[in-house]
Design a protein around this ligand. Structure first.
Ligand code: COI
Length: 356
């Protein structure tokens, strides 16, 4: 059993008002979880302390060579007020895969889960309950050795912070506009694209900035080798409903294995909707939009939940989807998934875990 030292804040912060829009990831709760790793003691000194700045050597490996990884999950307030977590085991499993790739010592599953639950219990009053809000949970870890030679760190810090958040996109459930990137590359097979490494997001920022400058909110990434096969959006996986089939990129080693992606595939299978994990080119999507078979496009992610896409810009072509409205299938997925997450709908797969 993990022994966590708890130091509660003596100066609790003002909680956001019930009608605060809770801009994603901008407000933090009263406490955070910390735990250290070194080669003598392994993971040790688990503690919950008041939320605040952390001390780091200016020579820390993470600051120079980016040895860092993170996860993202959400806690909700269930119908009887008990906090609920959605599939935390999947995030922990993915953290082990990422840790292995980045040479970071994995946090054992029971330790990770206990840390999540104990922190959420302490800050449970921060879980918002307005529609489309949740407590976003951000675990992350990084190398702290003070050394400038390029080398794996021997010491690490594991941190969990919590952020009451509204929708990831200001558009909410209104369709977003996405820019197809045909010059920059997010990842290639053998790289880090399948991991939750902070470096993937650093690699995406230049294209994101250019998409914004052109009036688009997100970037659609194509495969690094041919710039033709659709991969993901960076902040979410992406699905296309074409001619009655739901199509998304297979886990080929360059896209993130999203927990929401996995859940959507399971729901499609439950409903008998054909779902294909494979290769779909942007050219094929364009053709489907021209011959009238492109029905709906949506992104999936923990932060993004289910986000309808209303426009894809590809070179000089604008692929318009759904006439500015969320599609019927996308809405059904959103309602079902959020209903399960909030404990309002039956949970046949046992995805929801009570935090008690
Ligand atoms: C998430 O959906 O939890 C993510 O990590 C995506 C993003 C906010 C970086």
């Amino acid at each position: 059993m993990l022994d966590i030292k708890v130091q509660k804040t003596t100066a609790p912060k003002q909680k956001p008002a019930a009608d605060d829009p809770l801009k994603f990831g901008t407000i933090y709760t009263d406490h955070m979880f910390l735990m250290d790793f070194n080669s003598e003691k392994g993971w040790h000194d688990a503690r919950i302390v008041p939320y605040g700045d952390i001390m780091l050597s200016p020579a820390a490996v993470v600051l120079h060579y980016g040895q860092e990884m993170f996860e993202g999950l959400k806690a909700y307030k269930g119908p009887d007020g008990t906090p609920l977590l959605f599939r935390p085991g999947k995030n922990i499993e993915r953290s082990h895969m990422t840790a292995e790739r980045l040479c970071i010592p994995p946090v054992p599953e029971d330790v990770f889960l206990t840390a999540l639950k104990e922190l959420i219990k302490i800050d449970a009053d921060w879980i918002p309950d307005a529609p489309a809000t949740s407590l976003y949970v951000r675990p992350f870890m990084f190398g702290t050795d003070a050394k400038l030679g390029v080398d794996v760190s021997d010491s690490y810090l594991f941190v969990i912070i919590l952020s009451p958040s509204g929708p990831y996109y200001p558009e909410g459930l209104n369709p977003i506009k996405i820019w197809t990137e045909d010059q920059y590359v997010r990842s290639i097979k053998g790289g880090l694209g399948h991991t939750k490494a902070g470096a993937n997001y650093a690699a995406s920022m230049k294209a994101q900035q250019e998409a914004h400058a052109n009036g688009y909110s997100q970037v659609l990434w194509l495969d690094g080798a041919t710039h033709s096969v659709i991969e993901e959006v960076g902040s979410m996986n992406i699905f296309f409903k074409i001619g009655g089939k739901v199509i998304t990129r297979d886990l080929d080693g360059s896209i993130l294995p999203g927990v929401t992606r996995d859940s959507v595939i399971a729901l499609c299978k439950d409903w008998g909707v054909p779902v294909v994990e494979g290769s779909l080119t942007i050219e094929e999507v364009y053709e489907a939009s021209q011959n009238g078979t492109l029905e709906e496009v949506f992104g999936t992610g923990t932060a993004a939940v289910i986000s309808p896409v209303g426009e894809l810009r590809w070179g000089d072509k604008n692929i318009m989807i759904g006439g500015g409205e969320i599609g019927e299938f996308t809405q059904k997925l959103y309602d079902t998934l959020t209903g399960i997450q909030l404990g309002m709908l039956p949970d046949p797969h046992g995805w929801v875990m009570k935090v008690e």
